[in-house]
Design a protein around this ligand. Sequence first.
Ligand code: GTP
Ligand code: MG
Length: 173
Amino acid sequence: YGDANQKIDYVFKVVLIGDSAVGKSQILARFARNEFSLDSKATIGVEFQTRTLVIQHKSVKAQIWDTAGQERYRAVTSAYYRGALGAMLVYDITKRQTFDHIPRWLEELRSHADKNIVIILIGNKSDLEDQRAVSTEDAKEFAEKEGLFFLETSALESTNVESAFMTILTEIF
Ligand code: GTP
Ligand code: MG
């Protein structure tokens, strides 16, 4: 954590997308500040946070962009995707609809982002296993078919959040 007086070798822009309330902002809060809030408010417009890490002896500044899942709060799409080298496509494992919307998000991503963008599918809220509505197998199969990386995360319990970002950043690298 912390960007303390470091020489930066690379800046990698990564965007978060997915339906409202799947946990995009809390995944980012966990990654950038190791924080989590249960009463997170819906994002309006665009926010971003950075964290600098060392990958293969180079310092990489990850610039993570977060926008609203709700259509009416969304910012200009083309500007959001411009220059993005990675994307996290997030659904909530307890809300089937958020997984069913993934093909739409993928379509938006593929029509606005660079064709070489690295994409990871994220099933968030893995701590709510008793409310699971999307099986790991279904998601894994979809990800394989579409050529996406895939992980289930919990921003609350801090499970796989670091791995998810490292998967993208290392692949971009
Ligand atoms: P928009 O900004 O509207 O697009 O939503 P978002 O995807 O940014 O969702 P947000 O991060 O604001 O989280 C929505 C709700 O889910 C909040 O109440 C969070 O505390 C909760 N939440 C986020 N991640 C997790 C998680 O891993 N587990 C559990 N149990 N709750 C989570
Ligand atoms: Mg948000």
